[in-house]
Each structure stands twice: as C-alpha cells, then as structure tokens.
Design a protein around this ligand. Structure first.
Ligand code: 6PG
Length: 470
C-alpha cells in the first residue's frame, strides 16, 4: 500500500487527534495510528470533512508514509514512549524521523536522541503548549534537537501554530533536549502563575470576603488591563460555571487537593542541581504537595486557629492587589527565564530568550500581554543578565513594589498563606541587596570547618583563628 502521507501521528488521544485535524485543515496529507479502535473511530468522525483516516495496524501505517518518514508521537510521557519507539524502529529506514511531542523529561529525550542517532534515525523532542484548543486551532511549539529533521517538518509546524502579528509561535529552540527543557520550564512558570492566582482568590475570598460574582467581576476588569492573559481569562470564567448537581457554582464543590504530572517538580529539581534559584516556582510545587495533607490541615486549623484581621478599604486593597499580582507574574517569568539562561550554558542549548519569549506570546498556557514587554526587553538586549535588569521592567517594578509590600503585610496579618507572593517579594529583595548577610555564613563555615573565605579588600583565600575566647 502506498499512500504517501506527509506525516503520521502515533497516539490519537485528544492532543494527537486535534493536532492532526489542525494539520489536515491546513491542507497537509496526514494520517494516524492508535491501538484503540475507539480513537480511530473518533478520528474518522471528527476528520470526515478531510477524509482523515487512521490505521490500527502499525505496519500498514508505516508503509503509508512517504520517505523519509515523519512520525510524531503524542503518547503519555515515560515508559510508553520507549515502548512505542522500540516497536517502531525495526520497521523504519535510515533517515526516517521521530518527533516526540509529549511532556517527556529532557534527560529521556537526550538518551533517546543518542540511541536513535546510533541507528540512523533522526529524533527530536518538541514541547507543545495550549491544551486541547491549542492543538486544534494553534498551539505554541518548542522543537529542539536534530535540526535537519526539524527543517523537514518546519512548514507543517509553522502552518499549524498560533500566530501573533503574523509570526508563528514555533521556532527551532536549539540542540539536544532543549525543546523539552524549555517546555518543562514553561510549565514551571505555569505552575507559579496558577498558584499566584489561587493565592489572589484566597485573599479576595477570605481577606475581603468577596463572593464569586465579585471575584469574577474583578478578574474580568483586570483581564482588560496589563494583566490580560490566558490563565486569568480562564480563571475568571471558572467563577461563572454552575454545578449541575447542586445548582451552586462548581468551584465551591471541588476538593482543594491539587494533582500534578511532574513537569513543575522537574523544573524545581533541575534548578537545585544547577544552583539557580527559582523560589516562586518551587513554592508553587510545594503548595500543590502541601494541599494533599487535607486531614492534617483540617485538624491543625481547629487546633491552631488564627484571629484574622479583616482587610479594610476594599477599593484601595483591590488597586494594590492588582499591582502585587502583576509583580508576582513578572517574577515568575523572570525566574523561569533565568533558569533557561543558566541551562543554556550548562547544557550548551544555545537558547535565544528573545525567540522563546516571542513564541510564548501566543498559543501556550502562559501567554500574556506581559510577554510582549519581555520580548521587547530581550529584543533590545539579547544578553540581558536578568529580566529585572531591563530598564522598562525596572520602571514597572518601582511603580508596583509599594502596593505589593502592603498586600503581603495584610496577608501575613490575616493569616492567609501566600507562599508565591511572599517568595516573589523576598526573591526581589534578595536580588536588590548589594551587601547580603552571607558574609556571616562564610565566617561560620570557616569557624567550625576551616572552609576559608574571601575578603572584600584583598584578593585571595583566607582562614582565620576564630576561637579568640579559648
Ligand atoms: C500546556 C500544559 C500541559 C498540561 C500540563 C499539566 O502547556 O499545554 O502545560 O502540558 O496542562 O502538563 O500539568 P499538571 O498536570 O502537572 O498540572
């Protein structure tokens, strides 16, 4: 059977199917493969307009693809990717390419690239963001690895991606596992933004005693200003959705224990390994993990009650909270981008932060108005040491820092947990501290362990005799 399909998708779940439909909409000859006949049926139904059909037999699927074959995987990250690859490889020819588009761990991607290149198969890892809607109508995509393979699918990816001012939200990220690394950090930023919004909800609900309608209205107002973003947009809409069972709002019936699939945790783990702090992202990972101790929280809430101080003057607080929210969002991006900068050096990814912020402006979960400013900052200064170093961002920080501090003081007095807000402010204060107290840490280390120290007035490595009283 020779059908000469340009690209074949393995894994016809929602993401794979939607991306395939998106490719078909753009006139590409594509097909799919899935072991599950229900998935094939769904593809045939949804793709009827394009006569889009899939295969249940892997051999037939492989034979239907033009050479060199372009095969995209959209299967759950982890062992399944390895098992699909091992089934595929004996059926492929040298020069064929496999694109793993799931949320794979970047170390798995590095290993797979090496193993496959030894067998003459091109491989690259590509992060896709935007959820179901994005896949169907325009995601942001982060491909990294084998450049030759990327170039061969570039026209398809550019056509199906989201566009901002006509620019596609896809660009070659760099060598190795850089595509999956950048997507992982994207998700770390996503975790932080989501937790910042959750803390904002807590401040409004339990600090200002706002009801869901008031929260909707305020989020709606903010989403028409500089805070405009995909995540604020969907968060706002949550405060309108009715619960069919009770007639109340669904949000009030959802258990407060957050799950996760791992990308946030991986971001935190890498940041510790690279010694590049991203405390606000870390706090968002911890907040999800702490949420799981529900019965402990319920018990401690009863045992250690706090007499909350009500937040007064709601109108003034709203203004400051908008500033604090904007501040925390800037900080979340700043930390993620700083981690990318360091990873680029460490792993030789050759990352271009201007291009990364450009392709994050549309299609992905962390798309926001603010990314335009970030893109401009890296356009003006591609080697910007930190987002806080940009003069435009500094002007904004100076403007919002006072309100931010007041919000955080109020939250602390009220006993409302704000791990991301508090860590964002402390991160900012740490970075703008010219003379930190860590001279004391060095003195302590030298005192009890003779670990030596440097001086501010003389080059060299020193050790002192600290036991002056003995
Ligand atoms: C995206 C999302 C997507 C997914 C996360 C969810 O960019 O489209 O990040 O990849 O929603 O993997 O992650 P958690 O289940 O860990 O929240």
């Amino acid at each position: 059977m020779i059908d000469n399909y340009t690209l074949g998708m393995i894994g016809l779940g929602t993401m794979g199917r939607n991306l395939l439909l998106n490719m078909a909409d753009h006139g590409f000859r594509v097909t799919g493969y899935d072991k599950d006949p229900k998935m094939l049926k769904k593809l045939a139904e949804d793709g009827a307009e394009h006569n889009l059909k899939g295969f249940e037999d892997l051999n037939d699927f492989i034979k239907s693809l033009e050479l060199p074959r372009r095969i995209m995987l959209l299967v759950p990250a982890g062992a399944i990717v390895d098992s699909v690859i091992s089934e595929l490889v004996p059926l492929l020819d040298k020069g064929d390419m496999i694109i793993d588009s799931g949320n794979s761990h970047f170390t798995d991607t590095s290993r797979r690239a090496k193993e496959l290149s030894d067998q003459g198969i091109h491989f690259f890892g590509m992060g896709i963001s935007g959820g179901e809607e994005g896949a169907r109508f325009g995601p942001s995509m982060m491909p990294g690895g084998d450049k030759e393979a990327y170039l061969s699918v570039k026209p398809i990816l550019e056509a199906v991606s989201a566009k901002v001012n006509g620019d596609p939200c896809v660009a070659y990220i760099g060598p190795g596992a850089s595509g999956h690394f950048v997507k992982m950090v994207h998700n770390g930023i996503e975790y932080a933004m989501m937790q910042i919004l959750a803390e904002t909800y807590d401040l409004l609900k339990n600090g200002l005693k706002y009801n869901n309608e008031q929260i909707y209205n305020l989020f709606d107002k903010w989403n028409n200003g500089r805070l405009k973003s995909f995540l604020l947009e969907v968060t706002k809409d949550i405060f309108k959705v009715k619960d069919e069972k009770t007639g109340g709002l669904l949000i009030d019936f959802i258990k407060d224990e957050a799950k996760s699939k791992g990308t946030g945790k991986w971001t935190t783990q890498v940041s510790v390994d690279l010694q590049l702090p991203i405390p606000t992202i870390n706090e968002s990972v911890s907040a999800r993990d702490l949420s799981k101790f529900k019965s402990l929280r319920v018990n401690l809430a009863a045992a250690l009650p706090h007499q909350a101080i009500a937040i007064e003057d709601a109108a003034a607080f709203e203004v400051k909270l908008e500033q604090a929210l904007y501040f925390a969002m800037i900080t979340a991006y700043a930390q993620g981008l700083h981690l990318l900068e360091q990873a680029s050096v460490e792993f030789k990814y050759e990352l271009n932060l201007k291009e990364i912020s450009q392709i994050w402006r549309g299609g992905c979960i962390i798309r926001a108005e603010l990314l335009e400013d970030i893109f401009q900052a890296y356009t003006k200064q591609p080697k910007l040491p930190h987002l806080f170093s940009d003069p435009g961002i500094q002007t904004q920080l100076k403007d919002i820092i006072g309100g931010t501090r007041q919000v955080i003081v109020s939250a602390i007095q009220s006993g409302i947990a704000i791990p991301c807000y508090a860590s964002a402010l402390t991160y900012y204060d740490s970075l703008r501290t010219a003379n930190s107290p860590l001279n004391l840490t060095q003195a302590q280390r030298d005192f009890f362990g003779a670990h030596t120290f440097e001086r501010i007035d003389e080059e060299g490595i020193f050790h002192a005799n600290w036991n002056t009283n003995n």
